[in-house]
Design a protein around this ligand. Structure first.
Ligand code: T4K
Length: 366
């Protein structure tokens, strides 16, 4: 029996990828926004239903670039600690101060009811996370942002292909960041993107990822290097051809898990969201009041070669690197704290078999 990890990268057939990269051997243009990049950008604009897209070597740098492009270089940013390290670290690395808002108990996205009490004269933006691909309460968040003249940058790392109220998740807010990491529903090995409605940002974003250089070769500001290679873009072109099928397979796995685990006392599975077309990125389960603790379940699974993960534990406001900072400490985000102490994300990927899901559920239930 193969070990079952929390996820397993989707891959095209080897021949399909080889065919896709064949012309790179002629052109020898391997990076710096070449033809593969351009083709993928065009296709993703259409697939995601967005106005503009800029792609990078990873999603994390995309987030940092979003703050820079929006002129967010100092001040406070209201965000969530129930996320991967990247969200908070991008905020801090760009010289901004995170202010943590608690999450909603039903789906662990930022609770809009907590935002206004955190706004001060220093607040410049709100950075919510569509955690597990579940869409934030965007209408409420954006109404608050509008009232207080704040920017909204969504961490949409988990939300590739998700639609809400008939529109792509990447159309929300001022900008959205997608991760195309190997572990994601759609990937370019490493990679990421920003989507945004206002084309005025394009020049600055694209210059940033190439050292701030403009067409005449001078740098008007200090940027960095965040370019996506042609090999990554080629992987994206292959994966995009299959992504709908991969999401459908994940949907079947999600339904199978729910059939086995829904309604079991002590287990909580975030319900599917109304008005949302999901991507089944993750399968989080809260073990609270179950006959075994989350950690005991994780251990039992591990003994059977099943590697579920505690996404997201610890909270980012508990990270050692933030000790001594005013935003360190989870006591102000008790719902997020409880979620992080009880959550286990079960294996979820397109070729997870029904037998494997039964194996996982049997360990949990028996
Ligand atoms: N914001 C949010 C909310 C995010 O979740 C992330 C990334 C970001 C921002 C930043 O985006 P990027 O800069 O990464 O584009 C993984 C991923 O590395 C990370 O991208 C992701 N979030 C995070 C949630 O998960 P780890 O440290 O848990 O990954 P790792 O190496 O333990 O892999 C998990 C499992 O995936 C493995 O057990 C096996 C499988 N796997 C892994 C790799 C690397 C594969 O099947 N193929 C692979 O190539 O962080």
């Amino acid at each position: 029996m193969r070990p079952i990890y929390v996820t397993r990268s989707s891959m095209p057939e080897l021949d399909e990828y080889v065919e896709e990269i064949r012309d790179l051997w002629d052109s020898r243009v391997l990076t710096n926004s070449g033809v593969k990049y351009q083709e993928l950008a065009g296709k993703l604009t259409e697939y995601l239903g967005v106005e503009n897209i800029s792609m990078f070597c990873n999603g994390h740098l995309g987030l940092e670039i979003a703050f820079e492009a929006l002129g967010l270089t100092e001040g406070e940013v209201i965000t969530t600690p129930f996320t991967f390290a990247s969200t908070t670290q991008a905020i801090v690395r760009m010289g901004l101060t995170p202010v943590f808002c608690d999450v909603k108990p039903d789906n662990f996205t930022m609770d809009p009811a907590g935002i206004e009490a955190l706004i001060t004269e220093k607040t410049v933006a709100i950075v919510p996370v569509h955690v597990y691909g579940q869409i934030c309460d965007w209408r409420a968040i954006e109404a608050i942002a509008k009232k207080h003249h704040l920017k909204v940058v969504y961490d949409a790392a988990h939300a590739f292909g998700v639609q809400v109220d008939g529109r792509g998740a990447g159309t929300l807010g001022d900008m959205s960041m997608f991760s195309f990491h190997a572990t994601k529903v759609f990937h370019t090995i490493e990679g990421g993107a920003l989507t945004y409605a206002d084309p005025a940002y394009t020049a600055r974003i694209n210059a940033w990822r190439n050292f701030g250089l403009n067409a005449s070769g001078t740098a008007e500001f200090v940027g960095g290097n965040a370019k996506m290679t042609e090999f990554s873009a080629a992987m994206g072109l292959c994966n995009l051809r299959h992504v709908d099928g991969e999401i459908a397979k994940r949907g079947k796995a999600d339904a199978h898990y729910r059939a086995r685990l829904d309604g079991i006392p002590g287990l909580y599975i975030p319900p599917r969201q109304a008005n949302v077309v999901p991507n089944y990125a993750y399968f989080p389960v809260i073990f609270d009041g179950f006959r075994y603790s989350r950690d005991e379940v994780a251990e039992k699974l591990k003994e059977q070669n099943i590697f579920a993960r505690k996404y997201f534990y610890p909270l980012t406001n508990q990270f050692d690197c933030f000790r001594g900072k005013p935003y360190y400490g989870a006591e102000r985000t008790p719902i997020a704290l409880s979620a992080s102490e009880h959550v286990l994300t079960l294996p979820m990927f397109a070729d997870l078999t029904s037998d494997e899901i039964d194996r996982i559920c049997d360990v949990i239930l028996k």
